[in-house]
Design a binder for this molecule. Sequence first.
Ligand code: S3P
Length: 172
Amino acid sequence: IKISDKKNKVVLIGMPGSGKTTLGKLLSKRLNYNFLDMDEYIEEIANKSIKKIFDDDGEKVFRNLETKACKDIVDRKKLVISSGGGVIKKSINIEILKKDCIVVFVDRPIENIINQLSLDEINSRPLLKGKKDTIYSLYEKRYELYKSACDIQVKNDKSLSNTINEIVNLLG
Ligand code: S3P
């Protein structure tokens, strides 16, 4: 896959806590692209936090905003996007992103995710709130979806710079 074939855009998908935002920022610097965090974009258009969107309006409204965000970025170029972990729940989102971007699955071992996410971080993520078990079940439900939605799969089980190098090499 050549990056130019897909309009100079890369989107990172993967579980909450897999490193999408950290890697996305570094990757955008490396490629000299802009960076967009989809959750932050949604918070801007909704004018409230993700947590408040879930609390006030429910997951369905959030997922629709996520689809709007996918559509809104279609015309933008030279962009690295970090998506929310559930973006793969709607097939329309995958269709839009796949057509328009190189989709990179940041595949971080579940043990690493759990060890790194603090309870505070878990509780601030509406779908994870409460128990660590939830992450396991989300992981099991979603792993194949991430795999089949992506163009490139990268194991994030090494240093950040090694993972970035691997992504850059795979982008061609
Ligand atoms: C979600 C992940 C979150 C955020 C929302 C829903 C999910 O993003 O979009 O809380 O369904 O996995 P992160 O992957 O950045 O935590």
